[in-house]
Design a protein around this ligand. Structure first.
Ligand code: CO
Length: 284
């Protein structure tokens, strides 16, 4: 029996804040602001979407990360990734890079284009204390490596991480937060249902159109909808809609954060700064 209480309600709508980061990249930040500091296990969510090169051309020059994972998913454009260990990759529209920074990465993320639309997302996912100092790991997939389910209603579901009820598995694996990361496109009036572990945190970032939860609460484009607990996500497309559905297991650990360092204690932050200054993020 499908009890109404088993579906996850929209508990909060977040508009995001216009800001700039890196060397001046214009973006909207939904998670990691005074309005929404974090949504365990998610630490940051940015959307960059502009066809004005001045908004993105300076990119994200070399900067460090420790203690978390960064997930870059592109809808339009190209970005070049390069780290201080000599690893490099090109991220194309429809592709994803899931970087487990672990004990430390210093990298740059630069647009590989001088004009045209650049549109994508960066999500930071926390690592539990026991995995904050693991060796860095990259999972990078081109667009054709991301499986897509076609729905009977004409909608489609791209599966970046997690597994659907039909058995489609995203290519990103072995992540502590046991994440689900879907890119969902629905025609008007379609109903999307997806089971989730009850205690996992879930949000929907609406890219286009409008969706409504089982209680009729609507979330329009460029809104982050936080979902409450429940066994199932149920969303209706009020009009043709596209959204990211992301979920993960919360860690419930203390978070001490300084810029790109995300640890559990102040002492670990001091150590991260000391290690970075002494060049340990560059050592093999
Ligand atoms: Co970075």
């Amino acid at each position: 029996m499908d009890l109404p209480s088993s579906t996850r309600p929209v508990t909060r709508l977040v508009s995001g804040r216009e800001t700039r980061d890196g060397a001046g990249v214009r973006l909207v930040r939904y998670i990691g602001t005074p309005d929404l500091d974090r949504f365990d296990p998610f630490l940051l969510l940015d959307e960059f979407r502009s066809d004005d090169p001045d908004d993105y051309i300076r990119g994200f020059p070399p900067h460090p990360h420790r203690g978390s994972e960064t997930v870059t998913y592109l809808l339009h454009g190209r970005m070049r990734h390069r780290d201080s260990m000599g690893r490099a990759g090109l991220l194309r529209a429809g592709g994803v890079q899931w970087m487990t920074a672990g004990r430390g990465v210093e990298h740059s993320e630069m647009p590989e284009q001088e004009q045209g639309l650049l549109h994508g997302f960066q999500l930071w996912v926390n690592l539990p204390a026991a995995q904050k100092m693991v060796p860095p790991r990259y999972q990078e997939f081109p667009p054709d490596a991301i499986p897509e389910e076609s729905r009977p209603d004409g909608g489609r579901v791209r599966v970046i991480a997690g597994t659907t009820p039909a058995g489609t598995r995203g290519p990103v694996t072995g992540i502590a937060a046991e994440p689900l990361y879907l890119d969902v496109t629905l025609p008007s009036a379609a109903r999307f249902r997806f089971p989730l572990p009850r205690d996992h945190r879930a949000f929907v970032l609406v890219v286009a159109g409008t969706v409504a939860d089982a209680g009729g609460r609507r979330a329009g484009a460029r809104r982050l909808a936080l979902l409450g607990p429940g066994r199932e996500v149920r969303l209706d497309a009020v009009d043709p809609a596209r959204f990211l559905l992301v979920a993960g297991r919360p860690f419930g650990e203390p978070v001490v954060r300084q810029g790109p360092f995300v640890m559990n204690t102040e002492e670990e932050i001091r150590q991260a700064l000391a290690d970075y200054r002494s060049g340990r993020f560059r050592a093999p």
